[in-house]
Design a protein around this ligand. Sequence first.
Ligand code: GLP
Length: 248
Amino acid sequence: MTERLENMKIITTEDYNELSEKAAKIIASKLILKPKSILGLATGSTPIGTYKELIRLYNEKIISFNEAITFNLDEYYDLDYENVNSYHYFMNKNLFSSIDIKKENINIPSGLAESLEKECESYESKIESCGGVDIQILGIGRNGHIGFNEPHCKFGSTTHVVSLDEDTRRANARFFRNIEEVPKKAITMGIKTIMNAKEILLLVSGEDKSKAIYETVYGNVTESVPASVLQLHPNVTVIVDKKGAKFL
Ligand code: GLP
């Protein structure tokens, strides 16, 4: 195990609510300073509270998404956008339908594209042509995955198609009727895409993530723990609740 690097700022919160409030404040301040912010968004249960808080700030007219552009991290392969488990559905339900973001400024990779290869290339170049992500929100998988970059992924990867790890499929099966329904493939921003974001906000909640975040922060930088690459990013803030911070 190595020493923690100074560039990772770690904020420990009492609980999930405080985590969500702190994360939303950071994103809100970006939007206030730069209304045309390019926001990198994540799915999973962890950012839901942050999105709720952002909606509250929007309803109170403290922030607006009117000029913001968003890029989501990932999407399952071959799930209709109306499927309740698709990340298109998730984002609409948990954030987009409740704020003033312009439809044309929302970007989520399509797992339905005829050519997934072309979809990956055009997703990547769209991020670049917008000037790159200003702040990327991330959750973390129990196995240290970020987006859908599973253990042993390549640090040099850009947006690509992945086969999902069994542990990830098991963890995500809670949202599906059974594990057989969990897609075996997904499309995800690569580690290089994520690392290109100017700023990263990693949200970690719950004891089942405590080992993954410990390895991310204190472990060796290794492709077997994808999130460990964040030690090499110059501007990372980790917001972790007390349960997640068990080993920190
Ligand atoms: C999925 C997503 C990740 C997310 C992870 C953890 O695999 N692709 O982006 O970070 O789940 O999700 P949760 O926050 O529900 O634990």
